[in-house]
Design a protein around this ligand. Structure first.
Ligand code: GSH
Length: 201
C-alpha cells in the first residue's frame, strides 16, 4: 500500500491527501512532527535528503518527495493532468509558479503566524514575505478573470497545488476580501465531489 509521510497542518502534505482521495487510492498516513524535528532524523533523511514532508512511499519502496512532483506522478493518465503538450506545460507553469512565488510567501507567513510565533528578528522578513504573498494573490486574481480554473480550462493538479495554501492564507493574516475571483475559485474547488478538507487526517 502507498504510505504518505505527512503533517496534518501542512498544505504541501494536504495536496497529496487530496489527490489520493479524489482518485480513490488507499494509503496509510504517517504523521511526522516537523515542529519537533522528526523530519530531520537520519532515518527520515534517508527517505528525503531535504528533510521535509510530504514523502510518498511507493509500492516498490521508492520514496518520492516534492508535493507537486507527487501530484503529477499520481495524476498521470487521469483527467487531472492533461496529455496535450501545451495544456500540460500550462499546468506545470502554475505549479512551478506556486513553488517559487506563492508557497515561500503565503505558506511561510501562515506557518510563522499560526504555528511557530514570530520572533522579533524575523518581523522585517515576515513583512517582506507578506507583501510578496499579497502580490501572489493579485497575480491569481488577474489570471482568473474570465477563467474558472488555472489551466487547461478545467480542474487540474494546478488547482490542487494552488488551493492548498490559498484557502488557509487568512490564518497568516492575509485578507482575501480584495480578491473576489480567488474567493469564487476557492468555492468552486472546495465544492468538487470528493474534495476533502485540510483537517481530514
Ligand atoms: N517544496 C516542498 C516543500 C516541503 C516543505 O516545506 N515541507 C515542510 C512542511 S509544509 C516541512 O516538512 N518542514 C519541516 C522542516 O523543514 O524541517 C514540497 O512542495 O513538498
Amino acid at each position: 500500500m502507498l504510505r504518505l509521510y505527512d503533517y496534518l497542518a501542512s498544505g504541501n502534505g494536504y495536496k497529496v491527501r487530496v489527490i489520493l482521495r479524489l482518485l480513490g487510492m488507499p494509503f496509510e498516513r504517517v504523521e511526522v512532527d516537523i515542529v519537533r524535528g522528526e523530519s530531520r532524523t537520519a532515518e527520515f533523511l534517508a527517505k528525503n535528503p531535504e528533510g521535509r514532508i510530504p514523502v510518498l512511499r511507493l509500492e516498490d519502496g521508492t520514496h518520492l518527495f516534492e508535493s507537486n512532483a507527487i501530484l503529477c506522478y499520481l495524476a498521470e493518465g487521469t483527467a487531472y493532468l492533461p496529455q496535450e503538450r501545451l495544456a500540460r506545460a500550462q499546468v506545470l507553469q502554475w505549479m512551478f509558479w506556486e513553488q517559487y512565488s506563492h508557497e515561500p510567501n503565503v505558506a511561510t507567513v501562515r506557518h510563522w503566524v499560526a504555528h511557530l510565533g514570530v520572533p522579533e528578528e524575523k518581523r522585517a522578513l515576515l513583512e517582506q514575505k507578506r507583501a510578496l504573498g499579497v502580490r501572489a494573490l493579485s497575480v491569481m486574481e488577474r489570471h482568473l478573470e474570465g477563467r474558472a480554473f488555472f489551466a487547461a480550462e478545467r480542474f487540474t493538479v494546478a488547482d490542487i497545488a494552488l488551493y492548498a495554501y490559498t484557502h488557509v492564507a487568512p490564518e497568516g493574516g492575509f485578507d482575501l476580501a480584495p480578491f473576489p475571483r480567488v474567493r469564487a475559485w476557492l468555492d468552486r474547488v472546495k465544492d468538487r465531489p470528493g474534495f476533502t478538507p485540510i483537517t481530514q487526517a
